[in-house]
Design a binder for this molecule. Sequence first.
Ligand code: ATP
Length: 614
Amino acid sequence: MQATPLPPSDAAPPEAASASAARAAPAPGAVSRLLALTRTRPGPLLIATLAGIAAAILSLTPNLVAYQFSLALLHASLDQDRLIALVGWLIGGTLAGRLCFLASQVSSHLMAADIQTELRRQLLSRLVNVPLGFFQDHSSQKIRQVVIDDVEQLEDGLAHLIPELTSHFIAPLIVIAALFAVDWRLSLASLSSLVLGMVACMLLMRKRHDIAQDFYLNQGKLFKAMTEILRTMPAARLFNSGAAMQDRVEEANGDYVGTAHRWVRGALLPNLVMQVLVSSPLLLLLPLGLWWHQQGSLDLATLCFFVFFTPGLGNLLTKLAGFSNRFVQQQQAFEHLDMLLGAPEQSEGSHTSLPEKITIRCEQVSFSYHQQAVLDNLSLTLHPGTTTALVGGSGSGKSTLVKLLLRHWDVTSGRILLGERPINDYTREALRQNITCIFQENQLFDMSIADNIRLGKPAATEEEVIQAARSAQAHEFIMALPQGYQTVLAQGSTLLSGGEQQRLAIARAILKNAPILLLDEATSQADALNEHRIQLALSALAADKTVLVIAHRLSSIAHADQIVVLEQGRVVEQGPHAALLQQQGRYASLWRMQHAHDITPAQPTSEPSSPALS
Ligand SMILES: Nc1ncnc2c1ncn2[C@@H]1O[C@H](COP(=O)(O)OP(=O)(O)OP(=O)(O)O)[C@@H](O)[C@H]1O
């Protein structure tokens, strides 16, 4: 007989899944949501449930055969034919039960796989339409956990819990009805201990819901601490803080083991009650039955019927007790799915073509990350064929402006115009085709170097790829690799230095040749010699384009057509280098600070003239 459930022994659930365990709603939420998912596939669910009910009833075959056997003994009619018939019933009933169980499982698993596939499709289509900034708020690990682990978690609910819950609920009802049809007094006697046991067990298990949540919460913390120690291992060793990290894991481990022990201890009493009352329904039934038999109001055959069937009924009922904990996990999985499915989608315009030469106008643009204001009433015009440099302290909002131009987010107020139209009027594809952005961080994919560059222009010939790589000063180091342009850049590979990775991204941008060029610290990792050469390549690329450059090193942007100084999301100064120096304001003091140690008087670098790069 199945006892009350103990903590699962499997691996830790997703970090996010467990972290919010404390907020998990009671199981009925999960039941109705699982049922809602199955609504699109009523056929397989019906087959799974009916076959499950049949399997549950047929699981009582041994009880029935034992009853018939005892009757034959009682009436001294156990001849060879009867014995063979009983064995036949036993084998046939058991086989039929297993077949029904298999049919139920096959149907429910096929249904679950279909629903999971559909759900993943929905999640991916949602991910395609959320603003790109969503991926900054939610780590790829967290998103992966939802799309893979949480959807996988629902398999238990769809393929097992829903059909089994129904069959383990309906089958006992049918058996109870049969018992009452035979003798209501014995039925009450059998059921009273079962009902008493179930109620006592439920009362004792009330607090176990909290323990289960604590268990998953601590399991999540342990998982998080382990992930963190693995992620930060190199830095932790460098700063000799490995021991502190280990202490944190030890602490999380202690909490986890503590709750696991608490769970096991808490399960002891309900188990005991279950064993005594639910598993021993004969305690009341037998004395009462024998007494009624002696009184002459009950025949022995009926008593035998109850003696053999009541334990089977207890078996069916106690299986239900094991479901509550699994529904808690289902509820958690749904909460995480809601995080993705409830993410607002970004609207998309219908215009597919941008003008050849694009003026970008930011009109009174304000933007907040959640509640934190980052850009404040910013107005700015970027003309085609010119370079605008954004400078300012860390956190002043430079990268945020670039991200608004890429529609990672939409402005909170004001508007951004590309040509005469608001940026939101264009399709995402049109924006992708017309804007190239090079960030500071690695933007390479798990494919060959040639294919990485070719992302800029999928139809590019081999010569064009090589030419772009030459312009980006990448050809030499590519050729030095054993497989040259066919070298595959595995994810997380340390094959290329930061500067080399940036040069590949620049080669891709050169190949793409889009009319808008956004450079966010694009050459920050290049060495002096390569930076100079790349600047020359980008200068050629920038001709006739609308260019926005973010730079920390002012000497590299001093030749920009206009320099915009941002402070706390506001434009505080704007103009060409010389004019800004003359103003003796914020830019001039930044310039002086950066050139305080120069021997020669501060001068902008002599080349290139455009664009100015970081
Ligand atoms: N995804 C985000 N969610 C919440 N706040 C953010 C997010 N990205 C940036 N911020 C905050 O917005 C402000 C502006 O950030 P932004 O990256 O635009 O500054 P920046 O001028 O480019 O800085 P840096 O020169 O250091 O790169 C900062 O306070 C930053 O913490």
